[in-house]
Design a protein around this ligand. Structure first.
Ligand code: ADP
Ligand code: MG
Length: 432
């Protein structure tokens, strides 16, 4: 029976960690100290309510959520757990109520003093420190227990030795509980850091590759401008005015290529905004046109519906840049990559179609797995990052491919139909 009760207690106090690991993937709320406080507060209260009676004393693991909330959520989370423990303890009542209050207060106050030091430790030292900190509530509990025994002169049905052993065992379980939860928390934190790091690495890689093609592309207008200037210098009689618009338009093109690139490369801020999907895709096509030209591929744009998207523009750009880049890289000279936009009730369909080398069944199955690449300089991160981003926007991605024929990637995103009717636009981006 005791084992069952202990298991129930363990489950209750570890549940917030499990919830947390799920929420961290799905919601931005997960980092809020209030959520940590509420989850751990509920666990602490439940632990108190389901405490078990043995040897004339109530036993529970209520301090584990308190320790975890203070260490991982900070003062606010700790105070929420403190409040919920006080309320639940008051509800339970009994003649040792005052001792209960004192114990909770003592446990919290020292935790609040040490938690800043905790965050100065390296991650692999943190769980060890959590275990050391976990001793404090156990010591408080034992002192309070002996104070109650002294004052109330309780007669136990067991000897002092047995009771002490029981207390030590229970204290060990609490400390092990804190240790397990801290290790779980650390692995969750590490995983989320790794996710950010992978995203950053892929972006840096993409930026590097785009920079090479863009530098090449910017050189062309500059050569044209240089040519005109040399011509004007040599022939003073030349009516130079007629060339100025040409020079300006070449410089304008170089400028827009560079500003598109900088727009992509600059650090992103999480910003939700509403924008026209067709305009967005056109900018994307312009950004990738230098790369397409370098590979001898034509980008075709077909916009059938006018739809509005509401999401983080730079994140979406990162996701789609990689898909279009993959399409361009898979396509041989003379091939075509199409960016197609369609829409139907509350959904936008962005299709990236290429006439490239396509993928076999096995390749299709492996796409989206970390580090899977068939390229010499590939990272195998791009698709993983793209899929994650689209998923976090509540969208889906579907890959269809035939070896030797080409690939069709369909991205579905939640959208609004725009009031303005979109004339069906089809254009090919070519070198001007
Ligand atoms: P990387 O581009 O660095 O190789 P990705 O995750 O972007 O990594 O792509 C993984 C692999 O998926 C590529 O190496 C390629 O073999 C395959 N792939 C992705 N998109 C396409 C496509 N449109 N056509 C053919 N193969 C593709
Ligand atoms: Mg790629």
């Amino acid at each position: 029976m005791l084992a069952e009760k202990l298991l129930l207690q363990m489950l209750i106090v570890l549940a917030p960690v499990l919830f947390y690991s799920v929420l961290l993937e799905k919601s931005r709320w997960a980092e809020s100290p209030y959520l940590s406080g509420i989850l751990n507060g509920a666990a602490a209260s439940l632990s108190l309510l389901f405490s078990f009676y043995e040897y004339g004393i109530y036993w529970d693991l209520r301090y584990i959520p308190l320790v975890l909330a203070v260490l991982y959520g900070g003062t606010k989370a700790g105070l929420i757990v403190f409040a919920s423990l006080l309320l639940t303890r008051t509800y339970l009542g009994g003649d040792t109520l005052v001792y209960g209050y004192i114990a909770i207060f003592l446990a919290l106050s020292v935790l609040l003093l040490v938690y800043r030091k905790f965050w100065k430790c390296t991650p692999d030292k943190r769980w060890k420190m959590a275990i050391v900190i976990g001793f404090w509530p156990v010591i408080v509990q034992l002192c309070i227990l002996f104070a109650i025994v002294e004052e109330k002169q309780i007669i136990f049905p067991v000897t002092w030795y047995q009771l002490t052993m029981y207390c030590v065992l229970f204290g060990c379980i609490q400390i092990i509980g804190v240790g397990c939860a801290a290790i779980l928390n650390e692995s969750i934190i590490e995983r989320s850091y790794m996710k950010i790091e992978i995203q950053r690495a892929e972006k840096l890689n993409t930026i590097g590759e785009l920079a090479a093609s863009i530098a090449h592309e910017v050189r062309n207008p500059l050569t044209v401008v240089k040519g005109f200037l040399q011509l004007m210098e040599r022939d003073q009689t030349l009516n130079s005015k007629q060339y100025i618009p040409l020079v300006l338009s070449e410089l304008g093109r170089a400028e827009s290529i560079i500003s598109d690139y900088l727009n992509f490369a600059k650090p992103e801020f999480r910003k939700m905004e509403k924008f026209n999907a067709a305009d967005f895709l056109h900018d994307l096509a312009l950004l990738l046109n230098p790369l397409a030209l370098k590979n001898g591929v034509v980008i075709e744009e077909i916009y059938k519906k006018s739809v509005l998207l509401y999401t983080d523009k730079s994140q979406l750009k990162q996701a789609l840049v990689n898909m279009v880049k993959n399409a361009i890289e898979a396509t041989d000279q003379g091939g075509k990559v199409s960016i197609i936009l369609e829409g139907s009730n509350a959904e936008a369909f962005i299709t990236i179609k290429d006439t490239g080398k396509g993928m076999s069944e096995e390749q299709l199955e492996r796409i989206g797995t970390l580090f899977y690449t068939t390229k010499d300089k590939g990272t195998g991160l791009g698709t993983v990052v793209s899929l994650r981003i689209i998923e976090s926007m509540n969208g889906t991605v579907q890959y269809d491919s035939k070896k030797g024929k080409g690939t069709v990637v369909t991205v579905t995103l939640p959208a609004e139909e725009s009031q303005v009717e979109q004339d069906q636009v089809t254009k090919e981006l070519v070198h001007n």
